[in-house]
Design a protein around this ligand. Structure first.
Ligand code: NAD
Length: 479
């Protein structure tokens, strides 16, 4: 696969003439190249986006909606091709990409394409004196930077609201998983998206991402990725007074009370721990279990997890595919070693898995459960972002709340209980952007999405995103 940039409506090579390899994590082999773009390509993309902005921002909502719905339909029609590309890039099971990633990317476009048909803005009456009305106007060129774990899903989660609200976009997918963003650029051409409205520049974060953050003609940046990268972008963007939306790391608690629906909890906890090889920012990697059911949970959980098939992403029976890259595999395994040094016991997994044949050099890790660690140790405080969870018993609500809130992150928490009062009390006191009660990753695209503390700044989702990508202007009228 030879990936190209999408600038001013055309698929083009980078100014440098250089390319970078992309690796299939399931086989460990190079399977294509991406442009090694730099500030020159970002400058061209920004110029094109700036030139396209006046017309796109004045295009009626109905027409913007029509074009975006066409893109959405085309993603749906290409489901199989996109799912295979996502899996080849990322290592996730094809069935997962087909049932989650690609349908969600299709829905992101449809959701924002239709949301703008139902938008209205406020008026503030001053009685007989006068009134104010609020205009929500698109801002200009939006910079959208996304990570590798849910490649097209998160890429479109930013691009769709930016475009729908009348901005033009310079976007950068992760250099590790660029394939579906490239396929999307082909679909945009097919859907008749005007030239320059969406531009996609491929390449390294330090070159392309940094150039987007630094560009004076990109006044807003929507970023999803690691906390450190978010801090770097914030340092660059703050003196330029850019609008920033930062969706960053997490270390989410999964809190299990003894009065929960055990079977439902167990089934969902297997998923919330290991879906997408544990590489979802919302995965619950710290599992706290009320002491009376700790042993029962531990035995049942270890049995289920040990039976999960680690295998090739193309195999329908695979539950755990490859992690995204060799460096990432090494990072995750280094945390298993650290957990042992910190006194933890590995109850299952914890090792690289070597598959047969063409998959023998792929990056596979068996799903790992660790117990016996202090809530405060590094393994329980730092983001691992792989198929590794810890389990810890607790005795009281106060104790588990303290442990759950103890990290520098505050993205999401999951809680299992049949005690309604406790559920709401806990939800109120968890210092997180998102709380799930008796469920996990049950998503309604209208709801605010994001974290507190070092998990980020700002919210995506619903009208929150449309508000981010517009500037409110108050107009005051004296009667
Ligand atoms: P990353 O921060 O390494 O990279 C994210 C993106 O930023 C990539 O496109 C990368 O090329 C780019 N980038 C790197 N350096 C840059 C720089 N100096 N300036 C601008 N852009 C730069 O993150 P990752 O490893 O791709 O993704 C994993 C992280 O993302 C995890 O920490 C995870 O928790 C987080 N994440 C958060 C959410 C959320 O919604 N909060 C969702 C998914 C993933």
């Amino acid at each position: 696969m030879k990936i190209k940039n999408y600038i001013n409506g055309k698929l083009v090579d980078p100014q440098s003439g250089k390319h970078l390899d992309i690796i299939n994590p399931a086989t460990g082999k190079v399977y294509g190249t991406i442009p090694d773009s730099d500030a020159r390509d970002v400058a061209l993309a920004t110029e094109a986006a700036k030139a396209a902005f006046p017309e796109w921002s004045k295009t009626s909502a109905a027409e913007r909606s029509r074009i975006m719905l066409k893109v959405s339909d085309l993603i749906g029609e290409n489901l199989d091709r996109f799912a295979l590309a996502e899996s080849t890039d990322n290592g996730k099971p094809v069935w997962l990409a087909k049932s989650v990633d690609i349908p969600r990317a299709r829905d992101n476009f449809a959701f924002y394409a239709t949301a703008i048909l139902h938008e209205s803005s406020e008026t503030h009456s001053m009685g007989e004196v006068g009134f104010n009305y609020t205009l929500r106007q698109p801002i200009g060129v939006a910079g959208c930077i996304s990570p590798w774990n849910l490649p097209l899903y998160l890429f479109t989660w930013k691009i769709a609201p930016a475009l729908a609200s009348g901005n033009t976009v310079v976007a950068k997918p992760s250099e590790i998983t660029p394939a579906t963003a490239f396929l999307l650029s082909e679909l945009c051409i097919e859907a008749g998206m005007p030239a320059g409205v969406l531009n996609i520049v491929h390449g390294l974060g330090q070159k392309v991402g940094a150039a987007i953050s630094e560009h004076p003609d990109i006044p807003m940046i929507s970023f999803t990725g690691g906390t450190q990268t978010g801090a770097t972008i914030a340092r660059v963007a703050a003196p330029m007074f850019k609008k920033l939306s930062l969706e960053l790391g997490g270390k989410n608690p999964n809190i299990i009370f003894a009065d929960c629906d055990f079977d439902d909890m167990l089934k969902t906890t297997v998923r919330s721990s290991f879906a997408n090889q544990g590489q979802i920012c919302l995965c619950g990697s710290r599992i706290f279990v009320e002491r009376p059911i700790y042993e029962k949970f531990k035995n049942a959980f270890v049995e289920r997890v040990s039976a999960m098939k680690v295998g090739a992403p193309t195999d329908e029976k695979t539950k755990v595919g490859a992690v995204v890259s060799e460096p990432h595999m090494e990072k995750v395994l280094s945390y298993v070693r650290l957990a042992k040094e910190e006194g933890g016991t590995v109850l299952c997994g914890g090792e690289r898995v070597i598959l047969d044949g063409e998959f023998k050099d792929g990056f596979y890790i068996s799903p790992t459960i660790i117990e016996g660690l202090d809530y405060n140790c590094r393994t329980n405080q730092e983001e691992i972002f792989g198929p590794v969870v810890t389990i810890t018993p607790f005795d009281t609500e106060e104790e588990v709340l303290m442990m759950a809130n103890s990290t520098k992150y505050g993205l999401a928490a999951t809680m299992w209980t049949s005690n309604l009062k406790r559920a709401h009390r806990m939800a109120n006191n968890l210092h997180m952007g998102i709380v799930w009660i008796n469920c996990w990753l049950l998503r309604d695209l209208r709801t605010p999405f994001g974290g507190v503390k070092e998990s980020g700044v700002g919210r995506e989702g619903g009208f929150e995103a449309l508000n981010f990508f517009t500037e409110p202007k108050n107009v005051c009228v004296k009667l």
